[in-house]
Design a protein around this ligand. Structure first.
Ligand code: NAP
Length: 531
């Protein structure tokens, strides 16, 4: 069983009571081990007694770590002193369960190793702490990784091997999985940094001894460390096992995505053996191809699918075509997709759930039949990726769409592409509008597909209608106004439309609908069962 170890740094004797309270709270919240990081405390006077009290009063079995500056920690004392402290703990009345010491220091006969080994030999076997020999690399994968594994595996004084390095891409996680799967001794292996979350969350799938968590956002002791609540509540840590299927959201940037919350909650609700992770992949197609290809082709990962978002929606279509996979008709028409389904033989399919979700959202306001959008006049603001899906969905449903965009040429390109690929039975049409016409012309439907109004976007407090029209514009009372922006849920545009008496639809509605369609493609079940 893989435990969660909450890592708590204690810099000073004055922090002892607060640190024990934090550990107690973490234990109640599901941590099974506490790592006491006493790097800064260790060189201080009386450190032996203070650390001894910490270990004795620890509400959970503990790891004691005095990490030196040379390996990313804050301990700046000498090795003689560190050895004495650790020996004192080993021979104390209540020794810790584990002592973590850097392999770089421990591997050579010398003062640190000699003192630790002598202390271990002086206590009965059943009271001896286990030695974790750890190797860290904050730049990249250690060049001598395999050598370290070989040496630590054959060193009788090493009970647990710990390997941690900074991932430069998601692919580094796959090597962590490989070394864990081939371990011949208990092992902790993980990647640090923004690309490393997968290795930390999936430790139970591959038999890692433990994974580290912080007890709050602000207290992580290593880059990329998740919080205990994220691990257990968001990423379903306790239910991850050897057969757990792996899904994720691929994009750049991806850290603010709501998709992990939605899909993991869905998996929990239907008791589906899956986990859904953020998967950051840098923009270029080569990154997408290399990373997604490696995840699909990896034997043990169990990667079964992903949501794909900005800037990779077109890359997904290209990738699936290059692998001779299957595109759903909407992906083919739009040339962009947001859903990847991968099977265990390396086969791939992609689908676009953005376009149908827009149509569903609009129809939900006024009944449920095709005719509702037929011949309606729709103003689409913006001509980027989302606009492409929105306009396709609308013209397929028979609407008459006018696209207004800051850059007219981009709107024209969109119209040309869509009208060219439009199905012969499609009754809707698309054209380009001059933005100033928004002041005088009225539409049945307005859809914002620009990033104006989005939290963290270019103009978070503005209405895209006003910006494009060049002055404040009021929508007709009879209009349906749909903002694809979903953060915030009530944008300035929607607030103004509501004031005018229009029916409003939030981008959150589209977001949950497209997510529900993805969920169904992966699990065969409805996300609504999960709500
Ligand atoms: P995109 O391809 O980058 O397109 C951005 C659009 O916004 C372009 O039309 C751009 O006009 C316009 N724009 C940006 N800044 C502007 C400004 N200052 N003034 C006027 N126009 C401006 O982005 P996208 O992928 O289409 O995404 C657009 C929005 O859709 C996102 O903000 C996101 O919130 C939302 N979205 C929602 C969902 C959902 O499920 N609800 C899913 C995906 C995306 P130019 O062509 O002139 O640059």
């Amino acid at each position: 069983m893989t435990h969660v170890a909450v890592s708590i740094a204690v810099a000073d004797a004055a922090e002892l009571d607060a640190a024990l309270q934090r550990a107690q709270a973490a234990s109640v919240a599901g941590a099974r081990l506490v790592e006491w990081r006493v790097d800064e405390l260790a060189p201080q006077d009386n450190a032996g007694n203070v650390i001894g009290r910490l270990v004795t009063a620890s509400p959970m079995p503990c790891i004691v770590t005095i990490r030196s500056e040379t390996e990313g920690g804050l301990y700046n004392g000498d090795e003689q002193h560190r050895g004495e402290l650790l020996a004192q703990l080993i021979q104390g009345d209540a020794p810790p369960r584990y002592i973590d010491v850097e392999w770089k220091m421990f591997r050579n006969p010398g003062v640190l190793r000699d003192q630790i080994c002598a202390a271990l030999d002086a206590v009965p076997e059943d009271r001896r702490p286990s030695i974790i020999a750890s190797a860290h690399d904050f730049a990249s994968r250690p060049g001598d990784l395999l050598q370290i594994i070989e040496q630590t595996t054959h060193d009788d004084r090493v009970d647990v091997i710990k390997l941690a390095w900074t991932a430069r891409s998601l692919r580094d996680n796959l090597e962590v999985i490989d070394v864990l799967s081939e371990r011949r001794k208990p092992m902790i292996a993980l990647c640090m940094g923004p690309f490393g979350l997968m290795s930390r969350v999936l430790a139970p799938k591959f038999g890692g001894l433990l994974t580290y968590a912080s007890d709050s956002d602000a207290s992580a002791t290593a880059p990329g460390q998740p919080t205990l609540m994220q691990l257990r509540n968001l990423y379903r840590f306790d239910s991850i096992g050897a057969n757990t299927k792996v899904y994720g959201v691929i994009g750049w940037p991806i850290e603010h995505s709501q998709s992990p919350r939605v899909h993991n909650a869905g998996f929990t609700a239907i008791d589906f053996d899956g986990v859904y992770l953020p998967m950051p992949v840098p923009p270029e197609y080569e990154h997408f191809k290399a990373t997604v290809g490696a995840m699909i082709d990896h034997d043990g990962l169990g990667f079964c699918g992903a949501s794909v978002t900005i800037p990779h929606k077109r890359n997904l279509v290209r990738f699936v075509q290059n692998r001779a996979g299957t595109l759903d008709p909407m992906s083919e028409r739009i040339g962009a997709a947001n859903t990847l389904v991968a099977d265990s033989d390396g086969g791939v399919e992609c689908a676009n759930t953005d376009a149908p979700s827009v149509v569903q959202s609009l129809r939900s306001t006024s009944g449920d039949n095709d005719c509702e959008l037929r011949s309606k006049r729709a103003a689409v603001l913006g001509a980027g990726g989302v606009a492409r899906a929105v306009v396709t969905g609308l013209i397929d449903a028979g609407a008459d769409v006018v696209i207004f965009n800051r850059t007219a040429q981009r709107a024209q390109q969109l119209v040309d592409a869509l009208m060219q690929s439009n199905r012969s039975d499609g009754v809707g049409r698309a054209s380009v509008g001059e933005p100033s016409a928004l002041r005088s012309e009225q539409f049945d439907i307005y859809v914002n597909c620009t990033s104006i109004g989005m939290e963290g976007g270019p103009m978070p407090s503005d209405s895209p209608l006003d910006v494009l029209a060049g002055r404040a514009v009021t929508v007709p009372e009879t209009a349906v106004v749909f903002d694809t922006v979903y953060a915030p849920k009530r944008t300035v545009f929607l607030q103004q439309a509501e004031k005018a008496g229009a029916v409003v639809i939030s981008g959150w509605d589209m977001f949950t609908r497209q997510a529900a369609m993805q969920f169904e493609l992966w699990t065969g079940r409805e996300l609504s069962e999960a709500r």
